[in-house]
Design a protein around this ligand. Structure first.
Ligand code: KIV
Ligand code: NA
Length: 263
């Protein structure tokens, strides 16, 4: 097995040490993340918007995800590898079981799925069949057209309560990790206190158990970078230095700062 497993992440949560996640897509970046001590690498379907130039993640296919999971897995033998399932490849439990198996066989040790209540049965079926699941709540980009844009979620009391309830339900169903994207910091902190599985924040404040950023944002490649991200290359001499700075700042609790946070 990998040197980082879900047990490692549970121990880090228990000890209060933050862990670090990077969404990246290729073997060299994956190898560098391993050298920089990044615990988890995610092959995000954000690859549709970064590598492939689409306006959203909706066009991403299973074949594209598999191609990139294989590349990352070749480059990194230590970090836990999570692969995203793209839009509408897990809409039914049957589709989820088949497509999660393909991502695992491509080299991931965990799959990530966007969604709340409706996904609980699927998560339970995957867990029972040996497939670790990272759930993803808040601004779930595959639902961008239902949200009417990339907007912060959980700002009013009703939607905050819904996200908290979904988080509890998915954890009870057997999810192993939970990504919280673009939610107020206080809500992410409350969820992190009230569920037993580790939370990974992006635009969710500093109190989640871990942070995730997209490599293209870390390296300042994004033309209009989101407020929650940071160009770490500005404070480093090279790409390894930028990754090391991101890791150090998450571990020290200085990233995300208030300017990267929604309230
Ligand atoms: O696709 C992605 O990179 C993601 C992370 C930003 C959480 O889902
Ligand atoms: Na994603």
């Amino acid at each position: 097995t990998k040197s980082v497993t879900i047990n490692t992440l549970y121990k880090l949560k228990a000890s209060g040490e933050k862990f670090v996640v990077i969404s990246l897509y290729d073997a060299h970046m994956a190898a560098m993340a391993q050298r920089c001590g990044v615990e988890v690498v995610l092959i995000g379907d954000s690859l549709g918007m970064t590598v492939l130039g689409y306006d959203s993640t909706i066009p991403v296919t299973m074949e594209q995800m598999i191609y990139h999971v294989e590349a990352v897995a070749r480059g990194n033998k230590k970090s836990l590898i999570i692969g995203d399932l793209p839009f509408m490849t897990y809409g039914t439990p049957e589709d989820a079981l088949r497509n999660c198996a393909r991502i695992m066989q491509a080299g991931a040790q965990m799959v990530k799925l966007e969604g709340g209540t409706w996904l609980a049965d699927t998560v339970r079926m995957l867990a029972e069949r040996g497939v670790p699941v990272c759930a993803h709540l808040g601004l779930t980009p595959q639902s961008v057209n239902k949200f009417g844009g990339f907007r912060v979620q959980g700002r009013d009391a009703d939607s905050a309560a819904k996200i908290l309830a979904d988080a509890k339900l998915l954890a009870e169903a057997g999810a192993d990790l939970l990504v919280l994207e673009c939610v107020p910091a206080a809500l992410a902190a409350q969820i992190t206190r009230e569920i037993s599985i580790p939370t990974i924040g992006i635009g969710a404040g500093k109190d989640t158990d871990a942070q995730v950023l997209v490599i293209n944002d870390i390296l300042g490649l994004t033309e209009q970078p989101p407020k929650f991200s940071k160009n770490f290359l500005l404070e480093a001499n090279d790409i390894a230095g930028a990754m090391q700075k991101y890791v150090a700042d998450v571990k020290a609790g200085v990233f995300p700062a208030e300017e990267n946070t929604f309230f």
